[in-house]
Design a protein around this ligand. Sequence first.
Ligand code: C5P
Length: 217
Amino acid sequence: MNIAIDGPAGAGKSTVAQLTAKHLGYTYIDTGAMYRALTLAALHEGVSLSDEEELASLLDRISIGLQQQASGQRVFLNNRDVTEEIRHPDVSRQVSLVAKHPKVREKMMVLQRKLAGQESVVMDGRDIGTFVLPDAEVKVFLTASIEERAMRRYKEMLEKGHDANLADLQLEIQLRDKTDSDREVAPLRCAEDATILDSTGMTIEQVVSRIIELCKN
Ligand code: C5P
């Protein structure tokens, strides 16, 4: 059984998906981390983020690994742990520019389907229920008010000891959602057969329980 969790930035998808996977004994796959790893590689190698061909060829040359550890998922780029680096504001600000290229998405989809082909997965992203795993047994579109999403990100940044500005974070999230929703290929959309879950005012545990309930139906 596969579970697809999509939704806008900062809705808590990865936390919820990770806990759901743990509860069910499934593999968690964070597709946003894959786009982030490619963006980081492009920034390191000086590849223009508007060069679709170069980005697609870069994706062929790099290896992206996801590894589940007791502390959570770790992300590897060419076997180097980049879990923290891919969350850097420079990557967050630019990842949508990389993700909008059709050739990049096509290759990512192949990689993601391969990962899902091996076992039961909880996969989170923007196009999982609509394109990557259209046959997923459970589809959730997880959202929350923009204010709450920005506030969650803000607290997360402070907890990690980073400087953060709430208004800037809110703007960045809105801009990223707009780029993700406006792109021509696989835009951010709720699948027709997805359950919409608005997590505003809900605890993480409540959201996870709700998803597990959906799996029983
Ligand atoms: O999930 P996260 O916020 O880490 O995703 C980062 C970015 O990666 C998104 O804003 C989007 O541009 C891209 N993405 C995507 N399709 C996915 C997952 C992420 O386009 N399935």
